[in-house]
Design a protein around this ligand. Structure first.
Ligand SMILES: [Fe+2]
Length: 258
């Protein structure tokens, strides 16, 4: 089996709270008896895209296994590239591919500079086509992006979801190797389907955003009470995708309540 850990919406903001919560989740992953093969961070790494916030993220998200990150609407591509990825600053989409055994993990940059809503650019779709064309025919492919491509009945997020999801759905529907899609952005653990495949929404380590049944703006929008959470995606030998969600108590593991 292949184990993919999904951390999301860490919102590093130079304060101690969000940093400690992200570090606690990273420590939880580091202590697992069976370590993940890769950690994917599905956007909103920082709260406002400042280079110092990426420096904080880089320090807190380091692990002795691959950690792959894509931008969200709170990120800035140039600082993201320069500080987090040690690359040359540019505003081009930060798309990445990572192969682990039979799994090909494709990370798509759905951020749009200056906007909160998401879109995959023509450049990203061309890159996705090329990447799929160079992926082995017997591979299992998992996509990841920040903006969910379906409405989640989460009023804040649904107004800034992925634009033109039909275009991505057509790619998925046309490729049987794609076993599912991971997204962030919603600050809630969630499950749906998209183009007939699983769509898994990874929870935020920072906060929980209400659905329409609990949201009462302006007071009750974001809940900072719950523990940080993480998603663990298993890809088994039959390329079946199984997802577990874990909240990670800030106080650590409790073996017995007695
Ligand atoms: Fe976020």
């Amino acid at each position: 089996m292949i184990l993919v850990a999904q951390v999301s919406d860490t919102h590093f903001d130079l304060g101690t709270r969000n940093t400690e919560r992200a570090q606690r989740v990273m420590a939880y992953l580091a202590e697992l008896r069976r370590r993940p093969d890769v950690i994917v961070v599905t956007g909103d790494i920082t709260d406002s895209g400042k280079p110092e916030q990426y420096a904080e993220a880089r320090m807190s998200l380091q692990a002795d296994l691959p950690v792959l990150a894509i931008p969200g609407n709170h990120d800035e591509r140039a600082a993201f590239r320069e500080v987090l990825l040690s690359g040359t600053p540019s505003d081009d989409p930060v798309n990445q591919v990572h192969r682990i055994g039979e799994l090909t993990l494709i990370l798509l940059d759905s951020s749009v500079p200056g906007q909160s809503g998401g879109r995959l650019s023509d450049e990203t779709y061309l890159w996705l086509d090329d990447t799929l064309a160079s992926t082995p025919p017997d591979a299992a492919v998992l996509l990841a992006l920040h903006h969910p491509p379906v409405f989640l009945h989460s009023p804040i997020v649904d107004t800034i979801a992925l634009e033109d999801p039909q275009r991505l759905a057509a790619v998925i529907a046309g490729d049987r190797r794609i076993i599912g899609t991971l997204a962030g952005h919603a600050h809630t653990a969630g499950v749906s389907t998209f183009a007939g495949r699983p769509l898994l929404i990874g929870p935020s380590t920072a906060s929980v955003l209400g659905g329409e049944w609990e949201l009462a703006p302006p007071e009750r929008v974001m809940d900072y009470g719950p523990d940080p959470s993480v998603a663990l995606h298993v890809i088994d030998d039959d390329h079946r995708l199984i997802t577990h969600f874990r909240s990670v108590p800030m106080g650590g593991w409790i073996a017995s309540p007695y």
